[in-house]
Design a protein around this ligand. Sequence first.
Ligand SMILES: Nc1ncnc2c1ncn2[C@@H]1O[C@H](COP(=O)(O)OP(=O)(O)OP(=O)(O)O)[C@@H](O)[C@H]1O
Ligand SMILES: [Mg+2]
Length: 589
Amino acid sequence: MARNRYDVDENLETPFNIKHLLRAGQYIGRHKKKMILSLIFSAISAAAGLLGPLMVQRGINVSVPNKDVRELVLLSVGMLAAIIVSVLFSRARSKYMIEVGQEIIYAIRKDLFEHLQKLPFQFYDDRPHGKILTRVINYVNSVSDALSNGIINFVLEIFNLVLIAIFMFICDVRLSLVVIAGVPLLVVVVMLVKPAQRRAWQANSNKNSNLNAYLHESLDGMKITQAFVREEENAKIYERLNTAAVKTWMKAQYTSNLIWLSVDNISTWVVGAMYIVGLVMLGPAMQIGTIIAISSYAWRFWQPILSLSNLYNTFINAVAYLERIFEMIDEPVTVDDVPGAVDLPPIQGRVTFEDVTFSYDGKVNVLEHFNLDVQPGESIALVGPTGAGKTTVVNLISRFYNINEGRLLLDGHDISQVTLHSLRSQMGIMLQDSFIFSGTIMDNIRYGRLDATDEEVMAAAKTVCAHEFISQMEDGYFTQVNERGSRLSQGQRQLVAFARTLLSDPKILVLDEATSSIDAKTERMVQQGLEALLKGRTSFVIAHRLSTIKNSDRILFISDKGIAEAGKHDELLARKGKYYHLYTAQVED
Ligand SMILES: Nc1ncnc2c1ncn2[C@@H]1O[C@H](COP(=O)(O)OP(=O)(O)OP(=O)(O)O)[C@@H](O)[C@H]1O
Ligand SMILES: [Mg+2]
């Protein structure tokens, strides 16, 4: 079966690089106070929790033989108090850790989203959106725990280990040595199995990411899938990705269990050995209370060792995730304000292409030595075959992509030298696919200018003949439309997008196939509104339907990486060139 790009795993098997963990310090650093308090609380809780066996030892070895009831009661109360203190401090610490964890997630998510919004079109052209989602959601969630709890636990477990060892040695040095003797054995097992376990979890995370990405795309393309009855085929692809996710999960679980089993085994042997040494070799001199206390410490002794090895794994994974997250935060904003960029002053609307060469991929030029000078207020129509570069021309004016050679000037200002905000806020762009956001129709139109009043929104809608159909909807302008606007017809969606663009009151207007889905009658009406509106603005209109652009001041026929023909409708017809052929072919239809 053909593999698709969802089978391509992310590279998570990167060498452990402390750099990323240190860099994550900027997120942790903001919570120093809570982290330190948590550490202190954890230490108190751990120490209190360890007092129990010592009191048991005292009780069995001393109080019981002496029949000292008062001391036994005191010891019981002491144990209870120790447990309560331990639980209370552990709860306080959990509360702080939950807060810190969430605050870290919040901060990373915020930085990521803010950066994602700055990333150029190119970034989104190049990768499945589902994989971006995985990074923003799953990876961020995973690292936040490692960064908050993980770091505290790491310090704490070392502290625990030392503390338990001290308590154990206080009970009895010889028996403690028996317990410690088990450590090298455990370390060997852990060292052998852990790397496999880590790889297994990373593989699982990769397969999940692939599954998510495919699911995301499938949801987006569901209608096409059903229209082309591709369900079975897609189910197979999904099944393959799903199987991979399940298999890797099972394997990861299996290796994890292996560790627990070994630890269980080793600790049982060690405790057994300790009983033998205590009872048989040391004989009657050994008190029973001491053996019980030591065995109880021995069980606890493995816990921090195991936790530390788990934490080590968590950190390794977290570092891999952090690396992916930082990679995205570091993703260069190739289309950005240059240092010292100035605001573009309010423009008249002159647009000049000076010998512009542009390529999306750095290999094939879409435009070559493209020259064009558009006067303020001039209406330009771009026509030409599919894929000729019409959309590209208008994308460049808004600087959605950087040009490779030449210059692009607005009123004589090089657009690469001005701030993006000042540039784009003076442009009205209606892209080829009119995107509708979830919310009301009012919100959708107002997207172009947030401070517009309801009346202004309606006026814009009236201009583009959208008012009529909007008023007929059940809640008028306050009708909720969902993401992608599937409640609206294609033409209605275009009208809403149209109103949105007009409302932003731009000096330069770009309409990419803006009227392709509107019926001829509505289009004529829109045309009238448009003409009034286009007055005083420079406009670029791309249309396949040539009737819409007949009245343009200048028609450019784009082909062969440049302008093949230019002129008014009548001139171009008289020339009997490419435009003439395109036009007559349409009229004949
Ligand atoms: N994001 C992109 N990444 C890489 N290549 C692209 C990208 N967008 C367009 N292209 C390529 O650039 C060329 C010009 O595309 P463009 O979208 O400008 O054509 P167009 O004239 O607007 O076509 P249409 O009339 O179909 O809208 C095409 O060959 C296309 O394959
Ligand atoms: Mg196009």
